[in-house]
Design a protein around this ligand. Sequence first.
Ligand code: PLP
Length: 232
Amino acid sequence: MSVLIVAGLDSSTGAGLARDLAVLSDHGTPARVAATAVTAQDAAGACSVHPVPPAMVAAQIRAAGPVRVAKLGMLANAEVVAAVAEAMPDLPLVLDPVLATSAGVVLLDAAGRAAMIARLIPRAALVTPNLPEATALTGLEPDASPGALAAAFFAMGAKAILLKGGHGDGAEAVDWLLRANAAPLRFAAPRKTGARRGTGCALASAIAVHLARGDDLASACGQAKHYVWKWI
Ligand code: PLP
């Protein structure tokens, strides 16, 4: 039932690897880890990034041994993306396409974004962009419909998208699960205006936990959203 977390260490522990491990611990799910970067982050939003050498990222993935599901978060650059793509065995991947911190510091550079689109999005069981990530990756306008954004991801080879509405406005935070061969599913919860960081990391990790337990994608997304909503 183990889940492999491939992510960056946020020194403040609000997001990233530390947050992912807290979620797995909360669910009693055994974890393996491949750290992709060490970051120093302070309360004011400053963030310096030290990527882990790609061969070391690959070594951590190989050292993990058999796991059920992998969750991919911050990947830093194209070399790390390539190392992950090459070392990762064939198993369900939950890909959280982390591009920047909330304060705007880049966590995946332009070449890294292109490599993620080419090598990881087509392999993922689920990609979990928020609206800014979805527009940045597809090049569509911020007011593009969920269907148009999903179509652009499907054209990249994605199988399923959880489009997260937490960055929108309105009384409800609405997420859409969009799959090529199934009707769209809507998950809504009353919007909470907290200052929690790492909500995207937590959601993707909780989805990975439920997939590792054998839940189907829709059920995993629904249970994970409920878990994160209670925690915010
Ligand atoms: N730092 C790391 C290492 C992350 O993985 C992430 C998000 O995934 C962030 C920072 C961004 O978190 P926030 O959006 O809460 O600033």
